[in-house]
Ligand binder design. Structure first.
Ligand code: IFM
Length: 457
């Protein structure tokens, strides 16, 4: 019998008991900088050379003005949910004190627009746009102010939000922002990164406590857990260190195990961790209702010298690591990130093992490619392939018994890919430079077709 080639094999239907949607984040899409306070990404973008193409937060995708058009795209796609983030400085221009009525009204309108279309709002409270006036995540004060802000947003939107995430990817905020210096605030100070990682998690715990006290439900956090594989025995010590800082630090804190002993031991040259207060730990470990995982790639660590580069895979982001290199294997995306669909199952397993019983979501998954715009459409076959393979692996994880309840594609729109500006495009919908016209790519057509053929379990 001739085996059916992958190209003609019918794709497994998407389960009807799982939530599917797309995601964006405030600074990457909103625009309307004048309507809010400044954040550290505005400051970073103003630093010459910090963002490769000089992109700033204005106009981004002009999402706030074109919100109805973008919501209609979601309806056309047939999604169940849309993950968006709230810009802290739009709600509280200086990160403390009075809230902006206009800012809150903006998000009221967005959430009502989603609900009118039958789409569940999944809201992230912090997706990296920290108000500039705050002292930064190295300070306990920032964690406390974050809880105040979360409470104000919860009070206004809590009756309509389906799922809350306190933070998006605290590893990125802490280590790309304070150790590698490639994200805002552009610091290269390992001790600050370790302190920032801790205070971010304290901010999560304090915010969660306030939201819970308001009776809100479906409270969680989004991490970017990354499977770390040692490519050779000589890379094992570095792989363990990287895994500790990137994964176990966050999972152990959430699970009530404190900071892993090997992470403390491996970072003594930078900090004595004296900013950790015992009484914080139960606050950080308060039960969550869901955990979001943002999966893109894996960290393959090698002891062999290499000049291969992948965005964010930099030893400077792992203070105290033994010498090693990152060795992504082909094929890679435009970010230089290895395409390894099986890794999404490994990432989910990390979460399921550390936090048994906590429902999981893939809160982001997707790929940047250099799209070619042709007269008859945008045929982003690599992205379609990426989605096809990763969604199949998520279904495999479910079949293995991992409780994955949601999947959100990153991203609805081409948007500001942080320090890469608009040079790296993750959208399933193209945003034309200059005109900002939206055009669905083949990956959007693929998603629309897949979502139209859901099956009940
Ligand atoms: O664009 C980012 C997003 O803001 C957070 N997760 C990873 C994406 C791709 O780098």
């Amino acid at each position: 019998m001739v085996a059916m080639s992958d190209a003609v094999k019918p794709e497994p239907a998407l389960p009807a008991d799982m939530t599917f949607g797309t995601a964006t984040a405030s600074w990457q899409v909103e625009g309307d900088v004048a309507g809010r306070g400044h954040c550290i990404w505005d400051d970073f973008a103003a630093t010459p050379g910090a963002i490769v193409d000089g992109t700033t937060g204005e106009p981004a995708c002009d999402h706030l003005t074109r919100f109805d058009e973008d919501l209609d795209l979601l309806t056309w796609l047939g999604v169940d949910a849309y993950r968006m983030s709230i810009s802290w400085p739009r709600v509280q221009p200086t990160g403390m004190g009075p809230v902006s009525e206009a800012g809150l009204a903006t998000y009221d309108r967005m959430i009502d627009g989603l609900l009118e279309r039958g789409i569940d709002p999944v809201v992230t409270l912090y997706h990296w746009d920290l108000p500039s006036e705050l002292p930064g995540w190295t300070s306990r004060e920032t964690a406390e102010r974050f809880a105040d802000y979360a409470e104000a947003v919860g009070a206004r939107l809590g009756d309509r939000v389906s799922h809350w995430a306190t933070l998006n990817e605290p590893w990125v905020s802490a280590y790309l922002g304070y150790a590698a210096g490639v994200h805002a605030p552009g610091r290269r100070a390992p001790a600050e990164a370790l302190s920032a990682a801790y205070h971010l998690m304290l901010g999560h715990g304090l915010a969660l406590e306030r939201l819970r006290a308001q009776g809100l439900i479906n409270l969680g956090i989004v991490l970017n857990l990354i499977p770390v594989y040692a490519d050779d025995p000589g890379a094992q010590a570095a792989a363990t260190h990287i895994d500790g800082l990137h994964n176990r630090f966050f999972l152990d804190l959430l699970a009530g195990r404190g900071i892993p002993a090997d992470v403390v031991a491996g970072t003594t040259q930078f900090t004595d961790w004296s900013f950790v207060q015992e009484s914080d730990l139960p606050i950080i470990a308060a039960p969550i209702d869901w955990l979001g995982e943002n999966y893109y790639t894996v960290n393959r660590v090698s002891s062999v010298a290499s000049d291969v580069t992948a965005v964010g895979q930099d030893l400077a982001a792992y203070p105290g690591s033994p010498p090693a290199t990152f060795a992504p294997r082909e094929p890679v995306t435009a970010m230089g990130w290895e395409v390894y669909p099986e890794g999404i199952v490994d990432a989910l397993r990390l979460a399921a093992t550390a936090l048994p019983g906590v429902p999981l979501w893939i809160a982001e998954n997707g790929a940047a490619y250099a799209d070619v715009v042709s007269p008859d459409g945008i045929h982003d076959i690599d992205r379609v392939d990426y989605y096809r393979q990763h969604v199949a692996q998520v279904l495999r994880a479910r079949a293995e018994g991992i409780d994955v309840q949601g999947y959100l594609a990153w991203s609805l729109l081409d948007n500001i890919e942080w320090a890469e500006g608009f040079t790296k495009r993750f959208g399933i919908v193209r945003v034309e430079p200059g005109t900002l016209t939206r055009t669905p790519k083949d990956s959007a057509l693929w998603w629309r077709d897949r979502l139209a053929t859901r099956v009940s379990p």
